[in-house]
Design a protein around this ligand. Structure first.
Ligand SMILES: [Zn+2]
Length: 463
Protein backbone atom coordinates (compact mmCIF):
# COMPACT_ATOMS: atom_id res chain seq x y z
CA UNK A 1 0.00 0.00 0.00
CA UNK A 2 1.19 3.47 -0.83
CA UNK A 3 2.04 5.79 2.04
CA UNK A 4 1.85 9.55 1.69
CA UNK A 5 5.14 11.31 2.23
CA UNK A 6 5.45 15.08 2.53
CA UNK A 7 8.45 17.34 2.94
CA UNK A 8 8.20 18.96 6.35
CA UNK A 9 9.90 22.36 6.54
CA UNK A 10 10.01 21.88 10.31
CA UNK A 11 12.94 19.47 10.44
CA UNK A 12 13.62 20.00 6.73
CA UNK A 13 13.06 16.42 5.63
CA UNK A 14 10.70 14.09 3.82
CA UNK A 15 8.37 12.43 6.34
CA UNK A 16 5.58 9.93 6.24
CA UNK A 17 2.32 11.75 6.85
CA UNK A 18 0.72 10.39 10.03
CA UNK A 19 -2.59 12.09 10.85
CA UNK A 20 -3.34 13.36 14.34
CA UNK A 21 -6.91 12.11 13.99
CA UNK A 22 -7.50 9.86 11.01
CA UNK A 23 -11.20 10.83 10.96
CA UNK A 24 -10.53 14.49 10.28
CA UNK A 25 -7.37 15.82 8.64
CA UNK A 26 -6.97 19.53 9.39
CA UNK A 27 -5.12 21.90 7.06
CA UNK A 28 -4.53 25.65 7.34
CA UNK A 29 -3.07 27.75 4.51
CA UNK A 30 -2.18 31.45 4.73
CA UNK A 31 -4.47 33.17 2.28
CA UNK A 32 -4.33 36.50 0.44
CA UNK A 33 -4.22 40.08 1.67
CA UNK A 34 -7.11 41.54 -0.30
CA UNK A 35 -6.32 44.99 -1.69
CA UNK A 36 -5.35 44.13 -5.26
CA UNK A 37 -5.64 41.45 -7.95
CA UNK A 38 -3.96 38.11 -7.23
CA UNK A 39 -0.83 37.26 -9.21
CA UNK A 40 0.34 33.91 -10.47
CA UNK A 41 2.45 33.37 -7.31
CA UNK A 42 -0.71 33.65 -5.18
CA UNK A 43 -2.41 31.26 -7.58
CA UNK A 44 0.36 28.69 -7.21
CA UNK A 45 -0.25 28.57 -3.45
CA UNK A 46 -4.00 28.18 -3.98
CA UNK A 47 -3.68 25.49 -6.68
CA UNK A 48 -1.00 23.47 -4.86
CA UNK A 49 -3.06 23.47 -1.65
CA UNK A 50 -6.19 22.59 -3.59
CA UNK A 51 -4.33 19.58 -4.96
CA UNK A 52 -3.03 18.62 -1.50
CA UNK A 53 -6.53 18.78 -0.02
CA UNK A 54 -8.12 16.99 -2.96
CA UNK A 55 -5.55 14.19 -2.73
CA UNK A 56 -5.94 13.89 1.05
CA UNK A 57 -9.69 13.53 0.43
CA UNK A 58 -9.07 10.48 -1.73
CA UNK A 59 -7.15 8.86 1.14
CA UNK A 60 -9.05 9.97 4.28
CA UNK A 61 -12.78 10.21 4.99
CA UNK A 62 -12.73 13.87 6.00
CA UNK A 63 -10.46 16.87 5.51
CA UNK A 64 -11.13 20.32 6.96
CA UNK A 65 -9.39 22.99 4.94
CA UNK A 66 -9.10 26.54 6.25
CA UNK A 67 -7.55 29.41 4.34
CA UNK A 68 -7.85 32.92 5.68
CA UNK A 69 -8.48 36.35 4.24
CA UNK A 70 -6.33 39.18 5.59
CA UNK A 71 -8.70 42.13 5.48
CA UNK A 72 -6.84 44.54 7.75
CA UNK A 73 -3.25 45.51 7.05
CA UNK A 74 -1.08 48.58 6.31
CA UNK A 75 -1.24 47.92 2.55
CA UNK A 76 -5.03 47.68 2.67
CA UNK A 77 -5.27 50.97 4.57
CA UNK A 78 -2.93 52.65 2.07
CA UNK A 79 -4.89 51.31 -0.91
CA UNK A 80 -8.19 52.40 0.62
CA UNK A 81 -6.82 55.95 1.15
CA UNK A 82 -5.29 56.09 -2.30
CA UNK A 83 -8.40 54.84 -4.12
CA UNK A 84 -10.76 56.62 -1.75
CA UNK A 85 -12.81 53.47 -1.19
CA UNK A 86 -13.91 52.39 2.31
CA UNK A 87 -11.83 49.46 3.60
CA UNK A 88 -14.80 47.10 3.87
CA UNK A 89 -15.85 47.78 0.29
CA UNK A 90 -12.29 47.36 -1.02
CA UNK A 91 -11.64 44.09 0.81
CA UNK A 92 -15.04 42.65 -0.14
CA UNK A 93 -14.41 43.50 -3.79
CA UNK A 94 -10.98 41.87 -3.88
CA UNK A 95 -12.08 38.83 -1.84
CA UNK A 96 -14.81 38.19 -4.42
CA UNK A 97 -12.39 38.70 -7.32
CA UNK A 98 -9.84 36.38 -5.69
CA UNK A 99 -12.39 33.60 -5.19
CA UNK A 100 -13.71 34.00 -8.72
CA UNK A 101 -10.20 34.00 -10.27
CA UNK A 102 -9.23 30.89 -8.30
CA UNK A 103 -12.45 29.09 -9.24
CA UNK A 104 -11.52 29.56 -12.91
CA UNK A 105 -8.32 27.67 -12.05
CA UNK A 106 -10.46 24.87 -10.59
CA UNK A 107 -9.70 25.79 -6.98
CA UNK A 108 -12.55 24.88 -4.62
CA UNK A 109 -13.45 27.29 -1.86
CA UNK A 110 -11.87 26.31 1.49
CA UNK A 111 -14.29 24.75 3.99
CA UNK A 112 -13.73 27.81 6.15
CA UNK A 113 -12.41 31.16 4.91
CA UNK A 114 -12.05 33.21 8.11
CA UNK A 115 -11.54 36.97 7.99
CA UNK A 116 -9.05 38.66 10.30
CA UNK A 117 -11.51 41.42 11.27
CA UNK A 118 -13.93 38.79 12.60
CA UNK A 119 -11.29 37.49 15.02
CA UNK A 120 -10.01 40.58 16.80
CA UNK A 121 -11.22 39.28 20.20
CA UNK A 122 -9.29 36.04 19.75
CA UNK A 123 -6.18 38.03 18.88
CA UNK A 124 -6.58 40.20 21.98
CA UNK A 125 -6.98 37.10 24.15
CA UNK A 126 -3.87 35.51 22.64
CA UNK A 127 -1.89 38.70 23.31
CA UNK A 128 -3.08 38.73 26.94
CA UNK A 129 -1.85 35.13 27.36
CA UNK A 130 1.53 36.03 25.90
CA UNK A 131 1.92 38.95 28.33
CA UNK A 132 0.78 36.74 31.19
CA UNK A 133 3.31 34.04 30.24
CA UNK A 134 6.02 36.67 30.09
CA UNK A 135 6.67 36.27 26.36
CA UNK A 136 5.35 39.71 25.44
CA UNK A 137 5.69 43.25 26.77
CA UNK A 138 3.87 46.53 26.33
CA UNK A 139 5.71 49.68 25.36
CA UNK A 140 4.41 53.01 24.03
CA UNK A 141 1.01 51.57 23.12
CA UNK A 142 2.64 48.63 21.31
CA UNK A 143 2.68 45.04 22.44
CA UNK A 144 5.75 43.14 21.27
CA UNK A 145 6.78 39.52 21.29
CA UNK A 146 9.99 39.07 23.27
CA UNK A 147 11.88 36.91 20.77
CA UNK A 148 15.07 36.13 22.79
CA UNK A 149 12.83 34.48 25.42
CA UNK A 150 11.69 31.90 22.88
CA UNK A 151 14.69 29.59 22.74
CA UNK A 152 13.77 27.69 19.58
CA UNK A 153 13.04 30.79 17.51
CA UNK A 154 14.57 30.18 14.07
CA UNK A 155 13.90 26.41 14.05
CA UNK A 156 11.53 26.50 11.09
CA UNK A 157 13.61 28.70 8.81
CA UNK A 158 16.97 27.48 10.06
CA UNK A 159 18.08 31.11 10.47
CA UNK A 160 20.52 31.95 13.22
CA UNK A 161 20.23 35.16 15.22
CA UNK A 162 22.34 37.31 12.86
CA UNK A 163 20.30 36.17 9.90
CA UNK A 164 17.11 36.88 11.81
CA UNK A 165 18.19 40.45 12.47
CA UNK A 166 19.06 41.00 8.79
CA UNK A 167 15.87 39.19 7.75
CA UNK A 168 13.60 41.40 9.82
CA UNK A 169 14.66 44.19 7.44
CA UNK A 170 12.91 46.95 9.32
CA UNK A 171 14.38 49.88 11.10
CA UNK A 172 14.72 49.01 14.75
CA UNK A 173 11.95 50.94 16.44
CA UNK A 174 12.83 52.62 19.77
CA UNK A 175 10.11 50.69 21.62
CA UNK A 176 11.71 47.32 20.79
CA UNK A 177 13.86 45.67 23.47
CA UNK A 178 15.52 43.51 20.82
CA UNK A 179 15.79 44.04 17.02
CA UNK A 180 14.09 40.68 16.36
CA UNK A 181 11.03 41.45 18.52
CA UNK A 182 7.86 41.71 16.46
CA UNK A 183 4.57 43.53 16.86
CA UNK A 184 1.48 41.79 18.25
CA UNK A 185 -0.59 44.93 18.67
CA UNK A 186 0.01 48.54 17.62
CA UNK A 187 -1.70 51.90 18.06
CA UNK A 188 -3.93 53.02 15.23
CA UNK A 189 -4.54 56.75 15.55
CA UNK A 190 -7.77 58.06 13.97
CA UNK A 191 -8.85 58.20 11.21
CA UNK A 192 -7.09 54.85 10.76
CA UNK A 193 -9.23 51.83 11.62
CA UNK A 194 -8.84 50.09 14.94
CA UNK A 195 -10.40 48.37 17.93
CA UNK A 196 -10.50 48.99 21.67
CA UNK A 197 -8.02 46.86 23.61
CA UNK A 198 -6.37 46.78 27.06
CA UNK A 199 -3.46 48.63 25.38
CA UNK A 200 -5.53 51.38 23.83
CA UNK A 201 -7.18 51.84 20.46
CA UNK A 202 -5.19 49.87 17.91
CA UNK A 203 -4.95 47.01 15.48
CA UNK A 204 -3.24 43.60 15.42
CA UNK A 205 0.05 42.73 13.80
CA UNK A 206 -0.26 40.49 10.76
CA UNK A 207 1.42 37.41 12.27
CA UNK A 208 -1.05 37.27 15.15
CA UNK A 209 -4.10 36.72 12.99
CA UNK A 210 -3.09 33.29 11.67
CA UNK A 211 -2.25 31.99 15.15
CA UNK A 212 -5.68 33.17 16.36
CA UNK A 213 -7.72 31.97 13.37
CA UNK A 214 -6.09 28.57 12.93
CA UNK A 215 -6.59 27.72 16.61
CA UNK A 216 -10.20 28.95 16.54
CA UNK A 217 -11.19 27.06 13.39
CA UNK A 218 -9.14 23.86 13.69
CA UNK A 219 -8.11 23.43 17.32
CA UNK A 220 -4.57 22.56 18.44
CA UNK A 221 -2.52 20.84 17.25
CA UNK A 222 -3.62 20.48 13.63
CA UNK A 223 -1.99 18.47 10.86
CA UNK A 224 -0.66 20.72 8.14
CA UNK A 225 0.15 24.43 8.02
CA UNK A 226 1.02 25.70 4.58
CA UNK A 227 1.83 28.76 2.55
CA UNK A 228 4.27 30.19 0.05
CA UNK A 229 8.00 29.75 0.83
CA UNK A 230 8.28 33.53 1.26
CA UNK A 231 6.21 33.17 4.45
CA UNK A 232 8.63 30.83 6.25
CA UNK A 233 10.46 33.78 7.72
CA UNK A 234 9.33 35.74 9.57
CA UNK A 235 5.57 35.02 9.30
CA UNK A 236 5.48 31.30 10.08
CA UNK A 237 8.39 31.48 12.49
CA UNK A 238 6.39 34.10 14.40
CA UNK A 239 3.18 32.10 14.29
CA UNK A 240 4.95 29.12 15.91
CA UNK A 241 6.47 31.36 18.60
CA UNK A 242 3.10 32.99 19.39
CA UNK A 243 1.02 29.84 19.59
CA UNK A 244 3.54 27.68 21.46
CA UNK A 245 4.38 30.46 23.95
CA UNK A 246 0.73 31.36 24.58
CA UNK A 247 -0.02 27.76 25.56
CA UNK A 248 3.22 27.14 27.48
CA UNK A 249 4.31 24.55 24.94
CA UNK A 250 7.68 26.03 24.06
CA UNK A 251 9.37 22.63 24.36
CA UNK A 252 7.17 21.18 21.60
CA UNK A 253 6.95 23.17 18.37
CA UNK A 254 4.64 20.53 16.89
CA UNK A 255 2.02 21.43 19.48
CA UNK A 256 0.87 24.03 16.93
CA UNK A 257 1.05 22.25 13.55
CA UNK A 258 2.73 18.94 12.85
CA UNK A 259 3.72 19.40 9.20
CA UNK A 260 4.81 22.61 7.50
CA UNK A 261 4.19 22.58 3.77
CA UNK A 262 5.64 25.31 1.53
CA UNK A 263 5.43 25.92 -2.20
CA UNK A 264 8.24 27.53 -4.20
CA UNK A 265 8.39 30.87 -6.02
CA UNK A 266 7.13 31.70 -9.49
CA UNK A 267 9.57 33.50 -11.78
CA UNK A 268 8.45 35.12 -15.02
CA UNK A 269 10.51 34.48 -18.16
CA UNK A 270 13.49 33.68 -15.90
CA UNK A 271 13.21 36.80 -13.77
CA UNK A 272 11.90 37.39 -10.27
CA UNK A 273 8.39 38.82 -10.37
CA UNK A 274 8.44 42.41 -9.15
CA UNK A 275 6.68 45.71 -9.51
CA UNK A 276 9.88 47.48 -10.52
CA UNK A 277 10.56 45.05 -13.40
CA UNK A 278 6.88 45.32 -14.33
CA UNK A 279 6.52 41.57 -14.92
CA UNK A 280 3.78 40.75 -12.44
CA UNK A 281 1.34 38.31 -14.04
CA UNK A 282 -2.19 38.77 -12.73
CA UNK A 283 -4.52 35.77 -12.73
CA UNK A 284 -7.43 38.00 -13.75
CA UNK A 285 -5.60 38.95 -16.96
CA UNK A 286 -4.32 35.44 -17.69
CA UNK A 287 -7.83 34.05 -17.29
CA UNK A 288 -8.96 36.26 -20.18
CA UNK A 289 -6.27 34.90 -22.45
CA UNK A 290 -6.02 31.22 -21.51
CA UNK A 291 -8.29 28.45 -20.32
CA UNK A 292 -8.19 28.01 -16.53
CA UNK A 293 -7.38 24.34 -16.97
CA UNK A 294 -4.29 25.17 -19.05
CA UNK A 295 -3.08 27.59 -16.37
CA UNK A 296 -3.73 25.01 -13.65
CA UNK A 297 -1.77 22.32 -15.44
CA UNK A 298 1.05 24.79 -16.06
CA UNK A 299 1.14 25.64 -12.35
CA UNK A 300 1.38 21.93 -11.54
CA UNK A 301 3.96 21.18 -14.23
CA UNK A 302 6.88 21.76 -11.85
CA UNK A 303 7.24 20.07 -8.47
CA UNK A 304 5.53 22.32 -5.92
CA UNK A 305 8.72 22.91 -3.92
CA UNK A 306 10.79 23.90 -6.96
CA UNK A 307 10.75 27.37 -8.49
CA UNK A 308 8.39 27.56 -11.45
CA UNK A 309 9.53 29.51 -14.49
CA UNK A 310 6.37 31.03 -15.96
CA UNK A 311 6.82 31.57 -19.71
CA UNK A 312 4.51 31.81 -22.71
CA UNK A 313 6.24 28.74 -24.04
CA UNK A 314 5.44 26.59 -21.04
CA UNK A 315 1.78 27.68 -21.16
CA UNK A 316 1.72 26.69 -24.83
CA UNK A 317 3.29 23.29 -24.13
CA UNK A 318 0.70 22.55 -21.46
CA UNK A 319 -2.12 23.71 -23.71
CA UNK A 320 -0.92 21.31 -26.43
CA UNK A 321 -0.66 18.49 -23.90
CA UNK A 322 -4.21 19.04 -22.63
CA UNK A 323 -5.49 19.19 -26.19
CA UNK A 324 -3.86 15.81 -26.84
CA UNK A 325 -5.40 14.27 -23.70
CA UNK A 326 -8.82 15.58 -24.69
CA UNK A 327 -8.37 14.17 -28.19
CA UNK A 328 -7.56 10.84 -26.57
CA UNK A 329 -10.75 11.04 -24.55
CA UNK A 330 -12.67 11.98 -27.68
CA UNK A 331 -11.23 8.91 -29.46
CA UNK A 332 -12.27 6.83 -26.46
CA UNK A 333 -15.82 8.17 -26.30
CA UNK A 334 -17.35 4.82 -27.24
CA UNK A 335 -15.19 2.90 -24.76
CA UNK A 336 -16.32 2.50 -21.15
CA UNK A 337 -13.84 3.51 -18.50
CA UNK A 338 -12.37 0.47 -16.74
CA UNK A 339 -14.30 -0.46 -13.64
CA UNK A 340 -12.82 -3.78 -12.59
CA UNK A 341 -11.50 -2.85 -9.18
CA UNK A 342 -11.59 0.94 -9.45
CA UNK A 343 -7.87 1.32 -8.88
CA UNK A 344 -5.69 3.85 -10.59
CA UNK A 345 -2.54 2.12 -11.88
CA UNK A 346 0.11 2.19 -9.19
CA UNK A 347 2.80 3.53 -11.48
CA UNK A 348 0.56 6.50 -12.34
CA UNK A 349 -0.51 7.46 -8.82
CA UNK A 350 2.66 6.72 -6.85
CA UNK A 351 4.15 10.10 -7.76
CA UNK A 352 1.43 11.85 -5.78
CA UNK A 353 2.19 9.79 -2.67
CA UNK A 354 5.82 10.81 -3.05
CA UNK A 355 5.54 14.43 -1.90
CA UNK A 356 2.98 15.39 -4.57
CA UNK A 357 5.34 14.79 -7.46
CA UNK A 358 3.08 16.15 -10.20
CA UNK A 359 5.72 16.16 -13.00
CA UNK A 360 6.05 12.38 -12.52
CA UNK A 361 2.26 11.89 -12.64
CA UNK A 362 1.93 14.06 -15.76
CA UNK A 363 4.77 12.11 -17.41
CA UNK A 364 2.91 8.85 -16.67
CA UNK A 365 -0.27 10.24 -18.24
CA UNK A 366 1.76 10.97 -21.35
CA UNK A 367 3.08 7.41 -21.38
CA UNK A 368 -0.53 6.16 -21.35
CA UNK A 369 -1.47 8.58 -24.10
CA UNK A 370 1.38 7.23 -26.26
CA UNK A 371 0.23 3.64 -25.69
CA UNK A 372 -3.25 4.34 -27.06
CA UNK A 373 -2.53 3.78 -30.73
CA UNK A 374 -1.46 0.16 -30.17
CA UNK A 375 -3.89 -0.61 -27.33
CA UNK A 376 -6.64 -3.23 -27.47
CA UNK A 377 -10.08 -2.40 -26.07
CA UNK A 378 -9.30 -3.63 -22.57
CA UNK A 379 -6.20 -1.49 -22.42
CA UNK A 380 -8.07 1.49 -23.87
CA UNK A 381 -10.64 1.14 -21.13
CA UNK A 382 -7.90 1.23 -18.49
CA UNK A 383 -6.21 4.23 -20.09
CA UNK A 384 -9.51 6.11 -20.09
CA UNK A 385 -10.08 5.27 -16.43
CA UNK A 386 -6.61 6.49 -15.46
CA UNK A 387 -6.88 9.73 -17.45
CA UNK A 388 -10.25 10.58 -15.91
CA UNK A 389 -9.52 9.53 -12.33
CA UNK A 390 -6.05 11.07 -12.06
CA UNK A 391 -7.47 14.09 -13.88
CA UNK A 392 -10.11 14.39 -11.15
CA UNK A 393 -7.44 14.52 -8.43
CA UNK A 394 -5.17 17.02 -10.13
CA UNK A 395 -8.09 19.04 -11.47
CA UNK A 396 -7.95 18.45 -15.23
CA UNK A 397 -9.82 16.50 -17.96
CA UNK A 398 -13.27 16.75 -16.38
CA UNK A 399 -14.83 18.72 -19.25
CA UNK A 400 -16.69 17.25 -22.16
CA UNK A 401 -14.00 16.66 -24.84
CA UNK A 402 -16.30 18.11 -27.54
CA UNK A 403 -16.76 21.30 -25.55
CA UNK A 404 -13.08 21.59 -24.71
CA UNK A 405 -11.92 20.97 -28.26
CA UNK A 406 -14.54 23.43 -29.54
CA UNK A 407 -16.51 20.86 -31.51
CA UNK A 408 -20.09 21.78 -32.21
CA UNK A 409 -19.82 25.53 -31.71
CA UNK A 410 -19.55 28.36 -34.22
CA UNK A 411 -19.84 32.07 -33.83
CA UNK A 412 -20.90 32.74 -37.42
CA UNK A 413 -22.90 29.80 -38.79
CA UNK A 414 -25.81 28.11 -37.08
CA UNK A 415 -25.61 24.39 -36.50
CA UNK A 416 -28.27 23.41 -39.07
CA UNK A 417 -26.37 25.21 -41.82
CA UNK A 418 -23.10 23.58 -40.82
CA UNK A 419 -24.66 20.11 -40.68
CA UNK A 420 -26.29 20.71 -44.09
CA UNK A 421 -22.98 21.77 -45.67
CA UNK A 422 -21.17 18.78 -44.15
CA UNK A 423 -23.87 16.49 -45.56
CA UNK A 424 -23.55 18.10 -49.01
CA UNK A 425 -19.78 17.68 -48.86
CA UNK A 426 -20.05 14.03 -47.90
CA UNK A 427 -22.50 13.45 -50.75
CA UNK A 428 -20.09 15.17 -53.14
CA UNK A 429 -17.28 12.90 -51.93
CA UNK A 430 -19.55 9.88 -52.33
CA UNK A 431 -20.12 10.96 -55.94
CA UNK A 432 -16.37 11.47 -56.37
CA UNK A 433 -16.97 15.18 -56.96
CA UNK A 434 -13.88 16.15 -55.00
CA UNK A 435 -13.75 19.70 -56.39
CA UNK A 436 -17.16 20.44 -54.88
CA UNK A 437 -16.22 18.67 -51.63
CA UNK A 438 -13.07 20.80 -51.30
CA UNK A 439 -15.01 23.93 -52.18
CA UNK A 440 -17.48 23.29 -49.34
CA UNK A 441 -14.64 22.54 -46.93
CA UNK A 442 -12.96 25.84 -47.87
CA UNK A 443 -16.21 27.73 -47.56
CA UNK A 444 -16.69 26.39 -44.04
CA UNK A 445 -13.10 27.20 -43.12
CA UNK A 446 -13.52 30.79 -44.31
CA UNK A 447 -16.41 31.09 -41.90
CA UNK A 448 -14.33 29.75 -39.02
CA UNK A 449 -15.46 26.13 -39.07
CA UNK A 450 -12.89 23.37 -39.40
CA UNK A 451 -14.03 19.86 -40.23
CA UNK A 452 -12.35 16.60 -39.51
CA UNK A 453 -13.20 13.15 -40.89
CA UNK A 454 -13.08 10.47 -38.21
CA UNK A 455 -14.02 6.81 -38.05
CA UNK A 456 -17.31 7.85 -36.49
CA UNK A 457 -18.15 10.42 -39.16
CA UNK A 458 -17.33 14.06 -39.79
CA UNK A 459 -16.98 16.34 -36.78
CA UNK A 460 -16.40 20.07 -36.72
CA UNK A 461 -15.07 22.80 -34.49
CA UNK A 462 -14.81 26.56 -34.65
CA UNK A 463 -11.33 27.97 -35.15
ZN1 LIG B 1 -0.57 33.41 7.91
Amino acid sequence: MNKLKLHNTLGNKLEEFIPINIKNIRVYACGPTVYNYAHIGNARMAVVNDLLVCFLRTIYPKVTYVSNITDIDDKIIAASEEKNIPIKELTKKFTDIYNEDMSVLGVSLPDIQPKATDHINEMIELTKLLIQNNFAYEKEGHVLFDVPKFKDYGSLSGRNRDEQIIGSRVEVAPYKKDPTDFVLWKPSPAPKPGWESPWGFGRPGWHLECSAMSEKTLGLPFDIHSGGADLIFPHHENEIAQTCAAHNNTHDLKSFAKYWFHNGFVNVEGEKMSKSVGNIRLVNELNKEFKGEVLRLTLLSAHYRQPLNWTRNIIKQNSTMLERFYRNLKDLENIDAYKDNDQIDDVVIEGLYDDLNTPKVIAELNVLSNQLSSADNKMKSRIKYNLLEVGKIIGILQNNPDTWLGYGKSAILDETTIERLIKERNEARGNKNFDLADQIRDELKEKGVEIEDTKNGTIWKSV
